[in-house]
Ligand binder design. Sequence first.
Ligand code: AVJ
Ligand code: FE
Length: 440
Amino acid sequence: EPDTGTEALRSRIAVELARTRARTDALTTAVDDDDLIRQHSTLMSPLVWDLAHVGNQEELWLVRDVGGRTPVRQDIDDLYDAFKQPRKDRPALPLLPPAEARAYVATVRDKVHDLLDGIRFTDRALVADGFVFGMIVQHEQQHDETMLATHQLRSGPPVLEAPPPPEPRIRVAAEVLVPAGPFTMGTSTDPWALDNERPAHPVELPAYVIDAAPVTNGAYREFLADGGYDDPRWWSAAGWRHRTEAGLTAPMHWRRDGDGWACQRFGRWSPVRDDEPVVHVCWHEAQAYARWAGKRLPTEAEWEKAARWDPATGRSRRWPWGDDEPTAEHANLGQRHLWPAPVGAYPAGASPLGVHQLIGDVWEWTASPFHGHPGFAVFPYREYSEVFFGGDYRVLRGGSFGTDRSACRGTFRNWDHPIRRQIFSGFRCARDARPEEVHG
Ligand code: AVJ
Ligand code: FE
């Protein structure tokens, strides 16, 4: 008798693998071979490195570890080990040329389908609920977003196309009060949640106020017009040093356009639109804006409570709108569009407290450094999260227009150096609640 639960999981995994590979293929066939092997920025890998690295991770975990099958290309492991090869050195490596890289990932994928066809989703933690397949899908999607960021840094005629995001459907309030009290942060039950999202644990927070939407270009332009980049009062010591050394004057990809601003998106310039979330700012810029505005960045816990806590039940949801997977109505995810949507475009995606666009549009910088949740346990390898704990990183939440739904959820945690802004990063502000706000 066929086990329908197992068959459903098997076919769901096959669908996710195929959907993800279609995105990888699109990102790596949109440009010619020269562009694939070129380094578009020293911050990024040549696209052909990401491609073969995705295949190599899939080979390590699925073909060799779980599958116990003969290696496809053991000789290239070091080339595609992100820890052994710093990004800036990757173009000089004897990488697989594009045609060989494509053949390699296809061979690995054939073996994975063979494995998937016969696998039993046993109690072995790596395989239970298809976790290791989910991990590999998410890894590929994460590199797809990285490749999308590489495309944004590439010069030359535009090659990526997508319809513009939806227009605003409602007016969004400025701020939302989140009442004091406990909520459950993280998860112990989401089957494909990664180790740094685990375990679920109670967190008690005092009342606070959080922006109901990400900070917009229009608001950010006021900070610019007020001389925010030239006033050390708003910046941390490290932020001011970085702003000075890097010569920061505006978000990345902005330039003056008459008395306004224009921004570059995947090779096209357009006027900066005031109602869209600001993107391509580093943590220091976000922190300076927040201080100028009389606010601060939310902690990670504050972001997550605003996103997941349901005051009616006391439960933490998987997504702001509930536990169901996002549709095009909920959030701007998955490279369906090539830039953030204006504030008010996703009323169906709001959280129970009325906080909008937490998921998708822009990754949101938080005040928090990257650490393990209380009770953290490495799973299945230290190099995904643990080696970054306590380093010079800040946590980002919520995903961007370039994040796939499989690599994003209310508990998902991203992190980067506070000076980075080639990623699709924006932010929202928070502040402590004033006594009269709490007591009405
Ligand atoms: C979680 C986005 C910080 O891209 O550096 C990819 C994801 N880890 N390959 C990264 C990742 C290993 C990671 N981030
Ligand atoms: Fe990787």
